[in-house]
Design a protein. Sequence first.
Length: 401
Amino acid sequence: MQKIVIVMPSYNEADNITRMIEELFIKEFPQIKDAEMHLLVVDDNSPDGTGKIVKEKMEKHENLHLLTGQKQGLGWAYIRGFKYAMDKLGADAVMEMDADFQHPPRFVKDMVKAYSDGADYVIGSRYIKGGSVPRQWALSRKAISYFGNLFIRLVLVKPKLHDLTTGFRLMKVKGVLDKIDLDNLMEPTRFAYKVDLLYQCIKNAKKTVEVPLEFAPRTKEQSKFNPKEMISTFKVAIILGIRDKKRFIKFGTVGFTGYIINAVALELFSGTAIASTFASFFTVLKGTVLGFIAEPSAWAAGIAAELAIINNFTFNNIWTFKAEKIKGFFNIVRKFLEFNLAALGSVVIQFVVIGLMVVLFGDTRLIRQLGILVSLPLVLSFNYTMYNLFIWKTWKLPWRK
Ligand SMILES: Nc1nc2c(ncn2[C@@H]2O[C@H](COP(=O)(O)OP(=O)(O)OP(=O)(O)O)[C@@H](O)[C@H]2O)c(=O)[nH]1
Ligand SMILES: [Mg+2]
C-alpha cells in the first residue's frame, strides 16, 4: 500500500484546523481504499494554539502528525514538512495542501486516484474543465490570477499545463521529489517557491496530470495576496525560463559572430584568385543546372563558411557547451573534423543557395549578402540539431542508452 502524506502548513489556523482534521479523517480518508493516508501539520508555534489542538487530536488519530518550528515563511514550512515526510514518515508520495479550506478536502481523493492510476505528479488545476476560482473574487483578482498564470505558462513554455501557480499538488517521492535540492529552492520564504518546485517536478516526472480543483475563497480575515508576492512569483518564472534557454542564447551569440566573419570573408574572397581558380576547374558546367559550381562567388561562400565554422567550433567549445567541453589535442582535432562533417551541411547549404542566387540574379554584393540571409535559418536549425545530437551530445536519442 502506498503511503501518502499531506503536508499542511498552518499559522494561526485554530478556527480551521479542528474542522480540517475532522473532515479529512472522518469523511475523506475512509473513502480512499488504495492508499494509506497521513496528515502532517507543520505549525510554526502559532500564538493562537493551533499546534496544541493538533496535539490533542493526535491521541485520536494515529496517522496525524505535528511538526513545529520557528516561523520562516510558507516555502520553508513546506520544505521542512517534505523532508520530515520523506525521512521520518517514509512517504511514497506527498501532497501540498493549505489549512484554510481554500483547497476543499473533497478533492483529495481525486488527486490520489490520479496517482494510483500512474501519474507521478498531480496538479490540482483551477483552469481546466471542472475547476474554478472563487466567484466572490473581484474581477481584477480573477484577471490577475488568470493572466499571471498565462504569463508563467508562456515564459516556462508549458502550454499544455493550465495551472502553474496552484498550491494543491501531489508528487511522488521516488524519482520526483527526492531528486530535488530542497535547501536551494528559489524564494523559500514566499509563495513563489511553488513555481521553482513545480518546474523541477515537471522535469523529473514521467507523467504529469491535471485534476480539477474548485478553489475556495478564504473564509477568515483578509487575504495576504499582495504585489510583493506576485512580483517574486513572476521573477522566479522569468529566471527559470531564461536559465533553460541560456545555452540557446549563447549559441545564437556565437552564431552571430560567425555570421559577421562569414559576411566579411565572402566579400574579401569573392574577387580573389583563389575563388576564381577553384571555379575555373568547372567552367564546363556553365549553362547547365550545375552552373553555380563554376561561380567564383560560390567558392568564396564556401571558404567564408569554413572560416565561420572554425570560429563557431572554438567559441561553442569554450563557452556555449562549457560543461561538456572537449579537451586534449587529439580529441579536439577529432571533434573538429566531426564538427566540420556535421557543419558540411551548412557549407553545402550556403554554397548552393549563394551559387544559385548569383546565377539567377547576377553576381553583386547585394545578392551575395542576401544569399547569406536566405541560408541562415536553414543553417542555424541544421547546426543546432547536429551539435546537440552528435558533437556535445546534450540531447539523448531515444534509442541510445
Ligand atoms: N507553518 C507555517 N504556515 C504558514 C506560514 N504562512 C502561511 N502558512 C499557512 O500556509 C497556508 C497558506 O497560507 P495563506 O496565508 O492562506 O496563503 P495564500 O493561500 O497564498 O493566500 P490567501 O489568499 O491569504 O489565503 C495556510 O494554511 C497558512 O496557515 C508560515 O510562515 N508558516
Ligand atoms: Mg490561503
